[in-house]
Design a protein around this ligand. Structure first.
Ligand SMILES: [Zn+2]
Length: 99
C-alpha cells in the first residue's frame, strides 16, 4: 500500500535517511506499491558494482515489499557505501554533510 510506504519513509528517516533514497514504483491505480528501489544506489551503481556483496535488486527494483527487506538494504554495506558517496558529493557542493 502506498500509505504504508509513506509511513516507512517517515518512520525510518531518522535512523536510515529513508527520505533521501527509498523510492517506489506504483501500480496503475496509484494505490499500491509494486516495487521498491533505492535512488542512491541507482545513482552510484557504476561505482558500487565492483563491491563484494553487490546486488542490483535495489537498483532494478525489488518486488519484496517486506519491511525487513527494506531494513536489510538500509544496513547493507553496498547501500552504506552509496550513502557515504552521496554525502561526500553533497559536501563538495554545499560544504556541509548532514549525516
Ligand atoms: Zn541503497
Amino acid at each position: 500500500m502506498k500509505a504504508t510506504f509513506d509511513k516507512w519513509q517517515r518512520e525510518h528517516e531518522q535512523q536510515h535517511q529513508t527520505l533521501s533514497w527509498l523510492r517506489c514504483v506504483l501500480s496503475r491505480d496509484k494505490l499500491h506499491v509494486e516495487m521498491l528501489y533505492c535512488e542512491v544506489c541507482r545513482k552510484y551503481e557504476a561505482r558500487l558494482c565492483s563491491l563484494r556483496n553487490f546486488s542490483n535488486s535495489w537498483i532494478k527494483g525489488s518486488a519484496n515489499l517486506k519491511l525487513s527487506n527494506m531494513l536489510d538494504h538500509a544496513r547493507s554495506d553496498v547501500h552504506l557505501t552509496a550513502m557515504s558517496k552521496l554525502c561526500a558529493d553533497m559536501a563538495k557542493e554545499n560544504g556541509v554533510c548532514s549525516t
